[in-house]
Design a binder for this molecule. Structure first.
Ligand code: TYD
Length: 242
């Protein structure tokens, strides 16, 4: 590919030719820093249920791989063995809204420690289906969780870390509900929520996007998949490869 990312990609790492002597140990902090792999990038996908992000996640992973990036695809709640067990509870077991919020962040803590942080530190990129913006949208916006409690959990679990890019799939809740129904899959606890709930979730996503416009791009999800895919590819290229 002619366009290479300005983010110290893996190809910038010193490559040792076969048989060459191992580099001498770095003796200064700067030299040690230079020997570390560049930190990977963290991209998240968000939106109300039925907004159609899944197929687009696969497309972004394919695009990055075609550009020579080492990518890890994951999801929340989930992404680790423990996180997937918490996901089962979160999606199917009725619980208090604060229990729900804390379990979302508990699963996230595990995910960050076991997968996301090690991958980014090793120079791999992480593409994640949902992250803390979902907790803001669903638990604060949808369920009415106290904002201060959300802020405290977020500051506790990932101080100083936010995705490098978040794509919010924005869609009318009625259209999204029809898409969910059309899958024929048994709906989970969230998918069974009423239209009002998703109106609030959508509004919370848009509010959050308005507060972090440099990080969060709102995608009009009421268009053909190929058109959405082309827009996302343009955003990813502009953001990371120009
Ligand atoms: P989702 O990831 O969309 O999976 P699928 O496409 O297989 O249904 O579903 C996870 C659900 O969890 C979704 O309804 C949103 C909800 N959720 C929250 O309420 N808060 C969160 O912090 C996260 C990560 C997800």
């Amino acid at each position: 590919m002619s366009q290479m990312p300005p983010v110290r990609p893996l190809s910038d790492l010193p490559v040792r030719e076969a048989g060459a002597a191992a580099p001498r140990a770095a003796s200064t902090p700067d030299a040690m820093q230079a020997m570390l792999p560049a930190r990977g990038r963290f991209i998240t996908f968000e939106g109300i249920d039925g907004a159609g992000k899944s197929s687009q996640i696969a497309a972004v992973v394919e695009l990055l791989q075609a550009l020579g990036i080492d990518v890890e695809q994951t999801r929340e709640p989930g992404g680790t063995a423990l996180g997937e067990r918490l996901r089962e509870l979160l999606l199917h077991e009725p619980m208090h809204l604060e229990t729900e919020a804390m379990l979302m962040f508990a699963a996230r803590r595990e995910h960050l420690a076991a997968r996301i942080e090690p991958a980014l530190a090793a120079g791999r990129w992480v593409v994640c289906d949902r992250f803390s913006d979902a907790t803001f949208a669903y638990q604060v916006g949808g369920r009415g969780l106290d904002r201060g409690k959300f802020d405290a959990l977020e500051a506790w679990v990932h101080p100083g870390l936010q995705p490098d890019l978040t794509l919010v799939f924005d869609l009318d809740p009625g259209v999204a509900a029809a898409r969910v129904a059309a899958t024929g899959v048994d709906p989970d606890r969230f998918e069974r929520e009423q239209r009002d709930f998703f109106v609030r979730v959508r509004a919370a996503y848009l509010e959050r996007a308005g507060r972090a416009p440099a990080r969060i791009c709102v995608i009009d999800a009421d268009r053909p998949p190929a058109v959405i895919r082309a827009e996302i590819e343009r955003i990813v290229r502009e953001r990371f490869f120009q």
